[in-house]
Design a protein around this ligand. Structure first.
Ligand SMILES: [Zn+2]
Length: 224
């Protein structure tokens, strides 16, 4: 994985401290389920945050005895591991795709699938609190999206299958960032299901596709 496949350092930091908004937190947690490197970094950040927090508590607050009693209570607490949450299922084109449990809420809120263009499908996700356009996107095998840049930011989390663009190949768990500076034309040989978050409409740049720019509005509307 290159750096473009992972959450940014800032996003990991915000995730570790619980400051990342709910939508991006879901995307990052799905990524962490697949990426040791980022999981280790988040654990380290959380340890450091806990140490900083305990350093803030003045020593006079807890007498040694009291602290020992508190630690004992924590150790005595039942340590049963909670049952692992079940994966959530998404039905699409006659097949059922198992998705990470963190996505259950989004799958429940996804609207009907509709064909955006040729081999590209989208299912909008309603009721989110932010100005994001949030969609499940499915590219059929051989599908592609015309070259475009972004007026804002785009996060694409690969859920199933693979896609490629000018800078690389992406598989399940990869979180791809795009912004104004990235022009790309994603394509998928074998089909790909993604969760895509856009905070402003796409802006198409290539020849024929420029005529499709109204499509960017259409595409954007599918989210909300
Ligand atoms: Zn990672």
């Amino acid at each position: 994985m290159s750096d473009r496949h992972h959450p940014t350092a800032k996003e990991l930091e915000q995730f570790a401290s619980g400051e990342l908004d709910d939508v991006l937190a879901i995307m990052v947690s799905v990524h962490l389920g697949q990426c040791h490197r980022c999981r280790d970094r988040v654990e380290l950040m959380q340890q450091q945050q806990a140490e900083q927090l305990s350093a803030l508590i003045p020593p006079s607050e807890f007498g040694d005895d009291e602290l020992a009693r508190m630690l004992n209570r924590l150790e005595d607490a039942p340590s049963e591991a909670p049952a692992a949450p079940k994966p959530t299922e998404m039905e699409f084109q006659g097949r059922s795709i198992a998705l990470p449990p963190a996505l259950a809420g989004l799958v429940d809120r996804a609207g009907p699938w509709s064909r955006v263009v040729n081999r590209l499908w989208s299912a909008p996700i309603q009721d989110h609190q932010r100005d994001y356009q949030l969609n499940f996107i499915y590219m059929e095998p051989g599908g592609s999206i015309a070259a475009h840049t972004h007026k804002g930011k785009e996060w694409t989390l690969v859920l199933d299958g693979t896609f490629s663009d000018d800078s690389g190949d992406y598989g399940p768990g990869d979180l791809v960032h795009c912004s104004e500076s990235n022009e790309h034309s994603p394509r998928s040989e074998k089909g790909c299901l993604c969760l895509a978050v856009i905070d402003a409409p796409l802006h198409f740049t290539s020849g024929l596709a420029r005529a499709l720019n109204p499509f960017s509005q259409l595409f954007f509307k599918t989210g909300g």
